[in-house]
Design a protein. Sequence first.
Length: 300
Amino acid sequence: MAISINCRLRYGIIGLRIDNHYQTVALEIFGVAYPSDGVRSEPVNDYLWAACYQPDRYKSGVWMTHVKFCSLAVMLLSLVGAHPAWAQEAGESESGSRFTLSANAAIVSDYRFRGISLSDRNPAIQGGIDASMDNGLFVGTWASSVADTGGSNVEVDLYAGYGGSAAGLDYTVTVLGYVYPGGNGVNYYEVSAGVQKTLGPASLGVDVAYVPDQTNFPGDNVYVSGTAGLAIPATPFSATARIGRETSDFISKWDWEAGISYASGNFSSSLSYVDSDYGAVSEAGRLGRSGVVASVAMTF
């Protein structure tokens, strides 16, 4: 089974494709032909850029990227220069509320989730699509390549929630489903809430995530984390730090990270040091050891 999620841009399409049969997650950008009268024609399905991860191709996995340099240059100009604010274009729901669509794509050197590597300390390709409404409601989906998880090599997160502000604090409440297409006994859901306070260039936040006892996740699990961020004045750089505590019937650990990020327009990158005191033996413990994680991302 293959699932494709596409966001149409003015000069192209960014797509997230999940193919369970071939155990592949891919981000793709296609060209779209536009006649001079400005009426969109059908996609020509011409790959401008694509990257995919196929863990079964070789034992260690293989990255494949395909680039058409001339088309890539046109695509970058189209996305960044000709139509940079496409994600701000809003529609109207049946209830009359305005909504905004956005998309993101990233490549990371290691997919760390609360201090633990879910990609076997290997690179991962990731992407998502979000819709938010002006009344505070939001829904979205996000996917990443992962190491073998119950027979699946793809994680798909489905989430919905509500966000707002009160007493000078920003808050969100979210319900998330973690789905592993083709996996056996690994899907589960979680509820989370977070608050954040912005003080000039600095921000502080606290998040709590709770996984209740369920078929694929025996016992309750609670994760509490604190975050801090500082935008460095007059620069595109920010410093971030996070510490988290996870407790359940089968795990008790701390994890922490600190890093620096760069943002310019739709492009961002980051470099972080990540570590934990995860004490599992042999292979499992290796996934929680310290490491440096780099990422590059685009938003649309």
